[in-house]
Write a protein that binds this ligand. Structure first.
Ligand code: FE
Length: 368
């Protein structure tokens, strides 16, 4: 199959008008044409490494049918890779969800589900955000051995907690990327984690120690060290000026867009649930009873548009923050570029960045 006369956006080569040819789900040829007019924009399919659900679906209660519906809904957003994300829970529940996802991926020959992201429970109770305090605990090697499997791609943990350095070698060995989050660690504690190979921060700087000029905290450390920063660019979790500031300071190379969406995303305002806690959604803003933000109702295509609007970045940079950086940071092979040998996972957008079509392994899985 071939798409002709599109503005190809590759995170490394940049933007050029051309044709893209693929066979059996793999890009075979990208031909620049030296033209300046084009119909639509072709970007690598979006990657969302941190989402708890949407459209009434919640990671903690998924089954095959719900996961498939979730996947199909995300095609409408241009998402061709995502990592269902758990919330602090009992060990048995984590294992159940993880096994379910593993079997699902095994059964499907083509899927956008990449693995599982454990957000908690090994996090700081003082920075729990909307995580249920009754499930939060310290990590032990024994429990970690039970909950890990090769498809656990990502885990959000607080490095200042007891047990963190005991389990770090296990996570490394398993190929699980550790992301600092829901953490009250100070600058020095974050520095230690960074020196021990941790290079990612979860929904920066939400649920981290704030920035102070005499104690930079997790917020300052995230800027100081070469971390990849997850950001929720919904205009609620972060002021648009803050997004622009981080873009200026860190560059697009170090930002990964996430939605952190909950089951209420793509649904009406109302009452929902997250990890056993009641969540109220008003004008798209999800909060606990006490006003604490409880995930988002952000959809990925909106996050992409917002980032472009807030920062005025190039399309090449937009491809970095929406797919390439996540693929690189999480070691997901063969995605995140439009280049020979890469998977034909694309999103076709109009000039206003509305999703027109989505391709997974070369197959058109969504058309507006
Ligand atoms: Fe969180």
């Amino acid at each position: 199959m071939e798409i002709k006369n599109v503005l190809v956006v590759d995170p490394l080569k940049g933007e050029f008008v051309g044709d893209v040819l693929w066979e059996e789900g793999i890009v075979r040829k990208v031909t620049p044409k030296g033209a300046s007019t084009f119909d639509n924009i072709l970007m690598p399919g979006f990657v969302d490494p941190h989402t708890h659900g949407c459209f009434g679906i919640d990671t903690m209660s998924i089954d095959d049918e719900k996961l498939e519906r979730w996947e199909r809904f995300l095609y409408t957003q241009g998402v061709t890779s995502f990592i269902p994300t758990t919330i602090s829970a009992k060990k048995e529940d984590m294992i159940r969800v993880s096994n379910m996802i593993e079997e699902y991926v095994y059964k499907k020959s083509k899927t956008s589900v990449v693995g599982v992201h454990y957000e908690g429970p090994y996090i700081n109770i003082n920075k729990r955000g909307a995580q249920n305090p009754s499930a939060i605990r310290e990590a032990t090697s024994r429990e970690m051995e039970e909950i890990l499997s090769p498809h656990v791609k990502l885990i959000t943990m607080a490095p200042e907690l007891k047990g963190f350095y005991d389990v770090l070698p296990l996570l490394k060995e398993n190929g699980t990327v550790v992301s600092i989050g829901h953490s009250d660690a100070n600058f020095e504690e974050i520095r230690q984690a960074f020196l021990n190979g941790v290079n990612r921060i979860t929904h920066f700087p939400n649920a981290l120690k704030g920035f102070h000029h005499r104690e930079l905290g997790g917020s300052g450390a995230g800027l100081y060290f070469d971390f990849t920063l997850e950001m929720i660019v919904d205009g609620i979790h972060l002021d648009p000026n803050f997004v622009k500031l981080i873009y200026r300071l860190k560059g697009a190379e170090r930002i990964s867009l996430i939605t952190d969406s909950i089951s209420a995303a793509a649904l009406e305002d109302g009452e929902y649930e997250l990890g056993g806690l009641k969540v109220n959604v008003l004008e798209g803003k999800a909060t606990l009873q006490d006003g604490t933000l409880a995930g988002s109702t952000l959809l990925f295509s909106k996050a992409v548009k917002n980032f472009k609007k807030f920062t005025d970045c190039s399309l090449k940079e937009l491809a970095m923050v929406s797919s390439y950086n996540s693929a690189m940071n999480l070691n997901i092979q063969k995605i995140g570029r439009i280049e020979e040998g890469y998977l034909a996972n694309f999103v076709l957008l109009d000039k206003e960045l509305n999703v027109l079509e989505t391709y997974l392994y070369g197959e058109k899985v969504y058309q507006r």
